[in-house]
Structures are given as structure tokens and as C-alpha cells.
Write a protein that binds this ligand. Structure first.
Ligand SMILES: [Zn+2]
Length: 122
């Protein structure tokens, strides 16, 4: 059935008629959230039924245990590197603050020393 050049279809989920999306002429489910959600669940279930060993297969892919360990350790190192970078970044700021405080104390001490030495002169 055509309506203003667009195809009217019956929703596979709720059975109501709907106008297919112009960009998705093969649309078989109306655009109601409930139907879209049900459609997604069905798609997932259908996919899982068609690929029952997919996840098991991924786990037992012919990678040797050693290689898996190596990759895990590389992964750890990569993450750790990021962490170290973040740590360094954080400490840069801390170091700056530390130096600022240090210089402040240093100047105060110097001033006190100067005052003391001036008193000595007086
Ligand atoms: Zn529907």
C-alpha cells in the first residue's frame, strides 16, 4: 500500500499499520518505543540462538595462555603508564606548591636573618 509515495506497513510486533521510515523502507516494526524495544530483544535472542558458542569461542581462541598473560601484562603496563602520567601531573602541581611554600619560608627566614643582622649592626 502506498500513501503519498510512502509505504504503509503492518507492525510485526503490535500489528498496527504504520508508515515506514523514508530512509528505512524495510522497516518492519512501528516506531513506538515498546515495539522497538521488543524488536531489539528479539534480534539479540535470535543472534544468540544463531551464535550459541560465540562467547565461549572468544574465551578459548587459540591464543596460548602465555600470550594471553603477556598481553595482560602489556595492558597493565599501558594502564600503569597512564596512571604514572596522571600521578606525575598531579605531583607537578604539588611540587610547584611545595616550592612556593619553600621559597616563602626561605624569604621569611632571610628577612628575619637580615633583621637580626641589622639589629646586630645597630
Ligand atoms: Zn508496533
Amino acid at each position: 500500500m502506498e500513501k503519498n509515495g510512502r509505504v504503509e506497513k503492518l507492525c510485526e510486533v503490535c500489528g498496527k499499520s504504520f508508515i515506514a521510515n523514508k530512509y528505512r523502507p524495510n522497516q518492519q516494526v512501528c516506531s513506538s518505543l515498546e515495539c522497538q524495544y521488543k524488536r531489539q530483544l528479539e534480534n539479540m535472542k535470535a543472534w544468540r540462538d544463531a551464535n550459541p558458542n560465540y562467547f565461549k569461542y572468544k574465551e578459548s581462541q587459540d591464543k596460548s595462555w602465555k600470550q594471553a598473560c603477556r598481553e595482560r601484562s602489556l595492558d597493565w603496563r599501558r594502564k600503569h603508564k597512564e596512571y604514572l602520567q596522571l600521578y606525575r601531573e598531579a605531583n607537578k602541581e604539588r611540587h610547584r606548591e611545595y616550592m612556593r611554600d619553600y621559597m616563602k619560608q626561605y624569604r621569611q627566614k632571610k628577612k628575619k636573618d637580615q633583621e637580626a643582622s641589622q639589629k646586630d649592626i645597630d
